[in-house]
Design a protein around this ligand. Structure first.
Ligand code: M6R
Length: 611
């Protein structure tokens, strides 16, 4: 949450920061601001999106070769001009941007108020900045030392970047729990929450680690730990192209990302799955195969859409590997006193690799000696780095706030892991194993086919766009798909949507069913088909409107449902990858028909780096 950008070097900082903020807007869009140093500190901030800030700055003198910028997802204090970052110290010389949450802000604020400080915002950020300033004044220390002392007192998560009017050739940055990437150019440095604002200038980057402080000049980068010892920066080459983070002719990133799925699934399978040879090559799994084979239990931890991927994986691992699986919300797991044994395998699933709750849950499981396997999309992200082993989903950057291609990538990776473990464990016979490899291999073509149904799905979306409530129902492997469909609709169209196991519906939610209630059934042909047909009848008997996602050619459901969306035939284990796509398109087209900004739905942020 919150995007930060900073620049120091020979170029004009403002255009670089502005462009960077636009790229990071997916992380929060409640307000935006910049601070520039050029014979004095100039700070500009505005409630709303980056474009609103840009508009107010037309005609202003924005010349500066050092600056910081921020796009906010509000935590402390409502979205407003005064709560927008950057914040300024009491003496007006320091300016700071922050991503994260300072948990002991109340205590720090009290200490500062006792000394006579006042505050012009409701943010924890302003408190931290004034706390740093106070140390700087009282200890007569330099800014670097003051930051170090202050951060030792801070409880919470942060990335901060500070500029100082008295030191206009230096940026000071620090990280704990929120991401910070530094791009290394020729005589210049770029800082950002992820690599997207950086790639068009340089591909050489350093991912700053927790408890590290960076002292950055145009031509120098010094990393230190909080004990003031130097740390050697680990310079990596970015494997990312500019085209991957642009819309490429689509109206929205979300639509582009939905349509990329044949390619992202292909990339996910490439070099791993060889259906002819009957092999799955995944070094992360192979190197730890005994752990997987002997696991007493697999615990999957994740949030949101990634949690839904975990639920589908639960069905698959239990079916194919005969290993008990528990799927946990990371936010609950981290605060429970969970029973974790040394032999447990933890699979942590995350698109961003930066979700705060998932990171802390991993750390907790690690303390108990569990083996952590990360299924992550963002290469080099925190979760990728703190896991013992892992597999990337290779879906490429996902910019739309609603997760789409990352989810199907997660499913495919999890399916491959389950198959690899099952064949090693001998809990699957060779014939079924080979059949499932073929089914996985055929997915990109089947997705291409199904995306051709987009106009039919748009027509369904237009028919139901004015609904105020909806139910999403599925059974077995398709139950989590129903949950995911409901989440997508809520996020993008603001229509209340509830996902339920179809049979559970009669234990309560059926009371909602009436003529105006659309009920989306995920009802592809699988071992639950007959049962779900009965559930559809139960809804029809109460005059609910049924939209059914079916396997192409399913005459039975076609006759019963008000609207059907067909997906190609597939084995029930891989079918969720296909049945998810109509859910994504339905939500997308309803959101667009209602005139909403589907890439930046209200109140949300792509990367939830606060708990
Ligand atoms: O980056 P992660 O996969 O860890 O994120 C988890 C959730 O925040 C995320 O899936 C969220 O629910 C999405 N907005 C869903 O579309």
């Amino acid at each position: 949450m919150c995007g930060i950008v900073a620049y120091i070097g020979p170029r004009q900082a403002y255009p670089i920061i502005l462009k960077g903020l636009k790229r990071l807007e997916y992380r929060g869009y409640d307000s935006a601001g910049v601070a520039l140093l050029n014979s004095g500190l100039k700070v500009y901030k505005k409630k709303g999106k980056v474009a609103d800030l840009e508009e107010t700055l037309v005609g202003k003198d924005l010349h500066a070769t050092i600056g910081i910028g921020h796009t906010r997802w509000a935590t402390h204090g409502e979205p407003s001009d005064r709560n927008a970052h950057p914040h300024v110290s009491a003496n007006g010389k320091l300016s700071m941007i922050h991503n994260g949450i300072i948990e002991n802000y109340g205590q720090l604020k009290q200490e500062l108020e006792n000394k006579g400080y006042t505050f012009s915002s409701d943010t924890d950020t302003e408190i931290l900045l004034k706390f740093i300033e106070d140390i700087q004044i009282n200890n007569k220390s330099g800014l670097e030392e003051a930051v170090r002392i202050a951060l030792k007192r801070v409880v919470g998560a942060y990335v901060i970047v500070i500029i100082d009017e008295d030191n206009p050739d230096t940026l000071i940055a620090a990280r704990k729990g929120s991401p910070l990437v530094i791009g290394i150019g020729k005589g210049e440095h770029f800082l950002a929450s992820d690599a997207t604002p950086i790639i068009e200038y340089t591909k050489e980057v350093v991912y700053v680690n927790d408890y590290e402080l960076a002292i950055i000049k145009s031509d120098e980068l010094i990393l230190k730990n909080l004990g003031n010892e130097k740390v050697t920066p680990f310079i990596q080459k970015l494997d990312l192209e500019l085209a991957a983070i642009e819309k490429g002719g689509y109206d929205h990133f979300m639509l582009k990302e939905i349509f990329e799925q044949p390619d992202t699934i292909f990339d996910c399978l490439r070099g791993r799955l060889d259906a002819e040879a009957g092999t799955i090559t995944m070094a992360g799994v192979q190197n730890h195969i005994e752990q997987f084979k002997n696991a007493n239990r697999i615990i999957i931890i994740a949030c949101g859409t990634s949690w839904h991927a975990g639920l589908i994986a639960e069905y698959i691992f239990e079916e194919l590997c005969r290993t008990p699986v528990e799927v946990e919300y990371a936010s609950e797991f981290r605060y429970r006193n969970p029973v974790i044994h040394k032999g447990d395998v933890i699979i942590a699933i995350s698109q961003s690799g930066e979700t705060a709750d998932t990171i802390v849950a991993i750390e907790k499981a690690k303390e108990h000696g569990a083996f952590i396997f990360g299924v992550v999309n963002a290469v080099g992200s925190s979760i990728a780095r703190i896991s013992h082993a892992g597999a990337y989903t290779h879906a490429g950057p996902e910019i739309g706030v609603a997760s789409t291609k990352a989810f199907t990538g997660q499913l495919v990776v999890l399916m491959m892991i389950a198959l690899k473990v099952a064949i090693e464990k001998k809990t699957i016979d060779q014939k079924r194993y080979l059949h499932l490899l073929n089914e996985l291999q055929e997915l990109p073509d089947k997705i291409t086919l199904m995306l051709r149904e987009k106009d039919a799905i748009r027509a369904v979306a237009n028919k139901y766009k004015d609904a105020t409530d909806s139910l999403y129902l599925g059974r077995g492997y398709n139950f989590p798909v129903a949950l995911e469909g409901a989440l997508k609709l809520k996020e993008i169209s603001y229509i209340h949507a509830e996902g339920y196991p179809a049979a559970e519906m009669k234990h309560g939610p059926i009371a909602l069913v009436q003529e105006t209630l659309p009920v989306v059934f995920v009802a592809t042909k699988d071992s639950y088909h007959e049962k779900i047909v009965s559930n559809i009848q139960e809804i029809k008997a109460r005059k609910g409107k049924v939209i059914a996602v079916i396997t192409a050619g399913d005459e039975i459901i076609t006759k019963m449902a008000d609207d059907v969306i067909s997906v190609p035939e597939a084995d029930e284990i891989v079918a969720p990858v296909l049945s998810t796509i109509p859910m994504q398109l339905l939500a997308y087209y309803i959101g667009v028909a209602k005139g909403y900004d589907v890439d930046k739905p209200r109140n949300l942020a792509k990367s939830v780096t606060v708990e």
